[in-house]
Design a protein around this ligand. Structure first.
Ligand SMILES: [Zn+2]
Length: 91
């Protein structure tokens, strides 16, 4: 994800920590993050929300089914064939 160019000299992360929803200096909305560095609580929250999905996959699908989710949809995918090679990986 690209970080939007913002030349504001206010510390948006600090404003977020104080509960601000927008920057008084540049009017940028602060409710969405630009970088995803999770703290311990957020990592635990992530585990709590994905565990039921992983359980559902195990209860209802075969091992080559996966899910991709983003902010507006979740998609169930079935792998029908795979070929694995590391021949073209760059160091
Ligand atoms: Zn700002």
């Amino acid at each position: 994800m690209g970080k939007a160019l913002n030349l504001c000299n206010y510390d948006h992360d600090m404003l977020r920590k104080r509960g601000a929803t927008y920057c008084e200096n540049c009017s940028e909305e602060l409710t969405r993050r630009h970088e995803m560095i999770l703290n311990e609580t957020e990592r635990k929250e992530f585990e709590i929300v994905v565990r039921p999905l992983i359980k559902w996959l195990n209860d209802n699908c075969h091992p080559h089914v996966s899910v991709i989710a983003d902010c507006s949809h979740a998609e169930l995918l079935e792998g029908v064939n795979s070929f694995v090679t590391e021949d073209y990986l760059r160091d």
